[in-house]
Design a protein around this ligand. Structure first.
Ligand SMILES: [Zn+2]
Length: 267
């Protein structure tokens, strides 16, 4: 599933009274000025400051982009990575989480009107899983709706869109770091658990993304118990999934070579 284009209008317009001071940005202007940034990213290394050229070298090592790119310092620790190829943006968003010298690198899509000193939320892309999702919900539109309920949808893992494979769906979403994550959503009348694929990033103490439990300043035993249980569940389900994948391969192999093997070994 391709990544949706940037929303071209935030819906926010300057107050009526200030019209005398307002440079009107038309839809046509927006098309033109946003277009070069459509595959760009806004990144921030959390809780660590490093030199511009070090950061650039590190992200080049991590992402191995197929093009040269400028890394633009926005201030307040934020940088814009200007890619011209969608594939390079997709790798940075979807293959994370990323760490540089042990610090978490938040990665979000470029957005218009971004002012670092006024950024109230640092967003980052994260993968979530939906364990034991009832089979009828393995539908791109439903999964997209679920993704947008959890955060802002970036991608639905296409191999799980096929209802026959795997026991969970994976969705890549953008989420704020300074907010508690949702542990479940309702899909109609079905209560769906959400598992976060980011052990080093999701604090089991407070349920916030962006720091590990050992660096947590809060203590919430109820949440802690909840997320520890989820982590255990995830481990078990991952194991089950891997076993199923292996079984799938065996079955495929058998189909390819139906006459060679002795047929009594499995049922
Ligand atoms: Zn915490």
């Amino acid at each position: 599933m391709a990544i949706d284009p940037i929303e071209m209008d935030s819906g926010i317009s300057a107050p009526e009274l200030e019209n005398n001071n307002t440079v009107q940005i038309t839809g046509e202007d927006k098309q033109r000025i946003y277009y070069p940034w459509r595959f760009s990213l806004i990144i921030k290394l959390q809780e660590k400051k490093i030199l511009h050229q070090v950061l650039k070298r590190k992200i080049t090592d991590l992402w191995k982009p197929s093009e040269a790119f400028p890394l633009i310092d926005l201030g307040e620790g934020y940088y814009t990575v200007k890619f011209n190829k969608e594939e390079n943006m997709a790798i940075a968003l979807q293959k994370g989480p990323w760490f540089i010298f042990g610090a978490f690198l938040s990665v979000q899509r470029w957005e218009p009107n971004f002012v670092p000193s006024r950024a109230i939320q640092t967003l980052t892309a994260i993968w979530v899983r939906l364990p034991e999702l009832p089979i009828e919900f393995y539908d791109d539109k439903i999964l997209a709706k679920v993704g947008n309920k959890i955060g802002r949808l970036l991608k639905v893992d296409t191999c799980t869109s096929a209802a026959l494979r795997g026991r969970y769906a994976r969705i890549c979403v953008e989420l704020p770091l300074n907010k508690q994550v949702k542990s479940f959503v309702w899909i109609g009348s079905h209560k769906q658990q959400i598992l976060y694929e980011c052990e080093k990033l999701l604090c089991l103490n407070c349920g916030y993304l962006g720091h590990s439990s050992s660096k947590c300043l809060k203590t919430n035993t109820q949440i802690k118990a909840h997320f520890i249980k989820q982590k255990e569940d995830l481990k078990q389900k991952t194991q089950k999934h891997n076993i199923q994948e292996e079984l799938g391969k065996v079955i495929q192999k058998d189909l390819l070579k139906p006459t060679v093997e002795d047929t009594s070994s499995e049922d």
